[in-house]
Design a protein. Structure first.
Length: 426
């Protein structure tokens, strides 16, 4: 009887451990993958073997993917189209279906524009440009529901939904243009307009996909703005969300220490929210175009430098109990099999994008996966090599098995990490 009880307890512990691990997500925004594959790009694993990319990502330990959606990307500028603004609903349904069929969690990123949205641009879709604020509020609700209905019909229901991309400064400019300090922008935008749009989008998400979590994304350009933004957002009872989603690119947003401090403040002020890094990246040959911060003394633009950045980023994130997601942006960028011909010649007319992105996880000249791609899995398993290091494990710190730091020794039974070693609480 004792042996039987022991076996049952071990099975229950194993089940609980698996459930905990599934709470954390690691992967990438692979919004260009379908286009690259359709055009004939070849992806290779670390050993140089050509591999179906979703299979390769799965074998590398990833379990989640993110896909962006534009309202009508045919209306985008030629420059933006060449940068990757191509994801209309038909494209997104097809790519999302393949992601879900491969067993990945799916995050859907609504841009609510015909082109890129980020802190410097949030143009209103052309089809909504002449509408009143009230009409636009209804339009965003109807559009959100319609898109989600079509994804569900295709078997591609998202698990996480972003109602807006990098909305630190609002959405649907100029009427929804705001500042993170709670004031409206000088072009006539107001927080009332912005939150009306956002609440309407969230309402559509909740109604169509009640199991999905809602993520509100900002970026780390100004750490103070990030903290202020979510505090202002908390004043609006109409805004219901589950995840604080951040973009963090060291080439623009500074050191890992800055990120670490911002995460701590967000955890302290919004302990009920999960936190995810939904965009990040670092180069292995060149710096990202337009970069404003030089981190190369710490992380050279080499394959090893990129891997070390990924490893240190994982260590920082695994030191925060509420951080549950990590996504690399545009990891699939690769010219191999397109520009580079088998005979060594080049045909640049086949280039898919304009080459502005220098933080892929594949070597563009060989198609071979970079070491950083495999490093990211340690976000899910901090007990493995590359996980919680000695600095993070010092001071009698306790972590869940999926890497979330606890406030002291846990009371609940289970498997934990204490001082860098696995420990069982009975």
């Amino acid at each position: 009887m004792k042996n039987r009880k022991t076996i049952v307890a071990m099975l229950m512990l194993a089940f609980a451990t698996t459930a905990l691990a599934q709470q954390k997500l690691v992967g990438g925004d692979i919004s260009m993958l379908k286009k690259y594959v359709d055009e004939g790009a070849i992806y290779k694993d670390r050993n140089g073997n050509a591999t179906e990319p979703l299979t390769l990502f799965r074998e590398a330990g990833w379990n989640a993917m993110r896909v962006r959606l534009f309202v009508d990307p045919s209306k985008a500028s030629a420059t933006h189209k060449k940068e990757g603004v191509i994801q209309d609903l038909d494209y997104v349904v097809a790519l999302s279906k393949s992601i879900k069929e491969a067993g990945f969690s799916l995050m859907l990123d609504f841009h609510y524009s015909d082109t890129w949205t980020d802190p410097g641009q949030h143009s209103t879709p052309s089809a909504w440009s002449t509408m009143s604020v009230a009409e636009r509020t209804t339009a965003i609700y109807d559009y959100t529901k319609s898109c989600l209905q079509q994804l569900k019909a295709a078997g591609a229901e998202p698990d996480i939904i972003q109602p807006g991309n990098e909305i630190t400064y609002g959405m649907l400019w100029p009427s929804g243009h705001v500042y993170p300090n709670g004031t409206g922008a000088s072009d006539g935008g107001t927080w009332d307009n912005f939150t009306a749009y956002l609440a309407s989008a969230i309402k559509g998400c909740r109604e169509e996909c009640p199991q999905a979590k809602i993520a509100i994304q900002t970026e780390m350009h100004n750490a103070g703005n990030v903290v202020n933004y979510y505090n202002v957002l908390a004043r609006y009872a109409s805004i219901s969300y589950d995840i604080i989603a951040l973009s963090y690119y060291p080439d623009f947003h500074g050191t890992l220490e800055t990120l670490d401090g911002t995460l701590s403040k967000l955890e302290q002020q919004h302990p009920e929210k999960e936190i995810m890094i939904v965009e990040t990246g670092y180069g292995f040959k060149w710096k990202i175009s337009g970069s404003t911060f030089d981190y190369t003394a710490t992380y050279p633009t080499t394959e090893e430098g990129q891997r070390k950045f990924a490893a240190d980023l994982v260590t920082v994130l695994n030191g925060h109990e509420r951080v549950t997601g990590l996504y690399w942006w545009f990891p699939e960028d690769s010219l191999f099999g397109l520009v580079f011909k088998a005979n060594g010649g080049e045909d640049w007319s086949k280039q898919i994008t304009s080459g502005y992105w220098n933080a892929s996880l594949f070597d563009q000249e060989t198609g071979r996966a970079q070491a950083a791609l495999y490093e990211l899995k340690n976000f899910l398993d901090p007990a493995s090599v590359g996980g919680i290091n000695a600095a993070r494990s010092a001071g009698n710190a306790w972590y869940t098995i999926d890497g979330r730091r606890l406030n002291g020794k846990p009371a609940a039974s289970g498997l934990y990490i204490n001082n860098g070693k696995k420990a069982v609480i009975k």
